[in-house]
Design a protein around this ligand. Structure first.
Ligand SMILES: O[C@H]1[C@H](O)[C@@H](O)[C@H](O)[C@@H](O)[C@H]1O
Length: 608
């Protein structure tokens, strides 16, 4: 096998090392079995899994605390007498606080280091959990929700950075994606805890909200004993410590090249000049382009509508015709289980097919399933039962339309009798403002569920299309979870040079949280204006935009050492799509014609 070496090629020394069997810094080939190619002496120590596990507990808490609130809201509404405004406040205050703290987390990360930030986040999570579980009134609840939000923000931007910085290149994608697996795992556990404690007649919400203390304390004590990122240590001039930690996490592998590369990239920082990091990022072409790609990926993740599905799955299923409250809660648990299981597929695929293909495939499936959801809502709307029964209306209300329009008006609900699949004696009447479980007056005012075949439908219409909605939801999650769920976090942890990494991740995580609030706060209003099928068609359109953006702009980062990845952004924006891949023997760069984003494109592919 004749390698042609190109000594002026920045990569050639790495290739040379590869020839001599030093694969540790380069990573395994895409897909196949690497065991016969790897030197037995340089296997990665298990310690890296311990680091990834304790860090990813931050992801678990992120998932748990964002997921638990929808189920906790049902008993909270009852016991604390919460009106719609307070319910919205308790949900969105956490996400808003997360956006702010993710932004400030960039500064804290650079200043205090990744390890201290993770310790601070787990401490904040523990305090938030204690405040929530002991809360006596809604103001204290709000304080608790803001507190956990602050923890979530810091954890969401620090954990992927830390894992990426301690991982060897060939495992980095997988280990960072494990953090996303823990996010969806946290959401799943939260939905099961919600389901289980919803049977308690009082104080169930205290357990739901308080149980997060356990993983938070576990993470705190774990991190007291775990090391700082060697990259951050080197940046701070603590070279001996950095060398020691790197040897500790790489075991018997040769760390010289990795160590030198990190040092070289710190030297490069000086070329960029001094000043406020975000301004330096914006002035420096490659990092500016990386920031645009990173933030847009996070924005598109949220614009694909994942959190309308996660936060409103019970409502969506009800709109699709699932009538029973408890059934809806457990179906929502099944939704988050699907999200979790399919994130596992992402963990499995990320080092095999790479980030780019995973995201493209995921967006394609997400778009198709959103179309299916939209079509099923359209069919339900077109077949929505008309109003046939007009009781005397003491308030002269406006609730007098078909079920579809009745459902879209938050002031009205649909009341009907059912015999098998036949719906009859249908009316649309105002909802009781204190509890949406009842009508304000008339035959559904004091409704005992199921009595006399009478059904009060707030937020949904009787339809025979619920199974299509259910199928659409499952397909949506199966497509979203392996790619668009985890990859924005994974890619962001890799694409910035060391000096810009904390700030870049802070900005992109904040973009994620800001669009999260935006989409989830507007969903019900958007549905009211555009109808449900209109809303889902709109998300489909946004996914098509995302697909075009990713196709044009997202380069492949699989297998590259962190310090090499910035080279992918040295050309014009979007000129390096799909450009680098590593097939174990050498790194290929295929650049889009005319760009200068790579230093070694042609040479890299003429290897035989
Ligand atoms: O990657 C995660 C994951 O997909 C979650 O299910 C979702 O709730 C978050 O918003 C997202 O950032």
């Amino acid at each position: 096998m004749g390698f042609r070496h190109h000594m002026n090629d920045r990569m050639s020394s790495r290739r040379l090392k590869a020839e001599h069997g030093e694969w540790s810094l380069i990573g395994p080939p895409s897909g196949g079995d690497t065991s016969n190619l790897l030197d037995q002496n340089i296997s990665t120590p298990y310690f890296i899994y311990v680091l990834a596990f304790f860090s990813a507990l931050g992801g678990f808490l992120f998932g748990y605390d964002t997921g638990v609130v929808s189920g906790a809201m049902l008993p909270l509404k009852r016991e604390m007498n919460l009106n719609a405004l307070w319910q919205e406040l308790l949900v969105s205050s956490t996400v808003g606080a997360a956006a702010l703290s993710a932004l400030s987390g960039g500064y804290l990360n650079g200043w205090l280091g990744r390890r201290i930030c993770i310790l601070v986040a787990s401490f904040i999570f523990s305090v938030g959990g204690i405040v929530l579980s002991l809360a006596q009134d809604k103001v204290v609840l709000l304080v608790g929700r803001v507190t956990v939000g602050l923890g979530i923000g810091i954890a969401s931007m620090t954990v992927p950075v830390y894992i990426a910085e301690v991982s060897p290149p060939h495992m980095r994608g997988q280990l960072v994606t494990i953090n996303s697996l823990f996010i969806t795992g946290g959401q799943f556990v939260a939905s099961v805890v919600d389901g289980a404690f919803s049977y308690l007649s009082r104080d169930g919400w205290r357990y739901m909200l308080g149980l997060s203390i356990i993983p938070a304390v576990l993470q705190f004590f774990g991190f007291v004993f775990l090391p700082e990122s060697p990259r951050w240590l080197l940046q701070k001039g603590r070279s001996d410590e950095a060398h020691r930690v790197l040897s500790q996490i790489r075991g018997n592998q040769n760390i010289d090249e990795e160590y030198d590369k990190i040092k070289a990239s710190i030297e490069e920082e000086k070329e960029v000049g001094a000043g406020v990091v975000i301004l330096r990022i914006l002035r420096h072409g490659p990092t500016r382009r990386a920031l645009i790609v990173g933030c847009c990926l996070q924005m598109f993740q949220q614009l694909s509508g994942i959190n309308t599905v996660m936060y409103y799955s019970a409502t969506i299923l009800q709109m699709g015709g699932v009538q029973d409250d408890k059934q809806a809660i457990w179906l929502a648990a099944a939704t988050s289980a699907t999200n979790f299981v399919f994130t596992l597929v992402g963990v499995w695929l990320v080092e095999k097919v790479g980030r780019r293909k995973l995201v493209l495939g995921s967006l394609l499936g997400t778009g198709l399933s959103l179309t299916l959801l939209a079509v099923s809502f359209l069919l339900s709307a077109q077949n929505s039962p008309p109003v046939t029964f007009h009781p005397y209306d003491p308030q002269n209300s406006t609730c007098r339309q078909s079920c579809e329009l009745c459902m879209l008006d938050p002031n009205c609900g649909f009341c009907y009798r059912e015999n098998g699949t036949v719906v009859f004696e249908t009316s649309c009447v105002p909802v009781n403002l204190a509890s949406t479980d009842h009508a304000a007056w008339g035959r559904s005012e004091n409704l005992i569920k199921g009595s006399d075949n009478l059904i009060w439908a707030y937020n949904y219409c009787p339809t025979s299309y619920s199974w299509v909605v259910l199928m659409g939801l499952v397909l949506y999650l199966a497509s979203f979870a392996p790619g668009m769920g985890p990859m924005p976090w994974t890619v962001n942890s890799e694409i910035y040079p060391l000096w810009a990494r904390s700030t870049g991740n802070a900005c992109s995580a904040a973009a994620n949280w800001i669009f999260n609030v935006l989409v989830s706060l507007t969903f019900l209003h958007v549905a009211q204006f555009l109808t449900y099928y209109g809303a889902f068609f709109m998300y489909t359109g946004l996914v098509v935009l995302a697909l075009l953006f990713v196709f044009a702009c997202l380069p492949e980062t699989k297998g590259l050492q962190l310090e090499d990845i910035e080279n992918l952004f040295t050309g014009q924006l979007c000129s390096c799509r799909g450009s680098a891949y590593n097939d174990m023997r050498h790194i290929h760069y295929i650049r889009v014609k005319g760009s200068n984003c790579l230093q070694s494109d042609n040479e890299a592919s003429d290897v035989e």
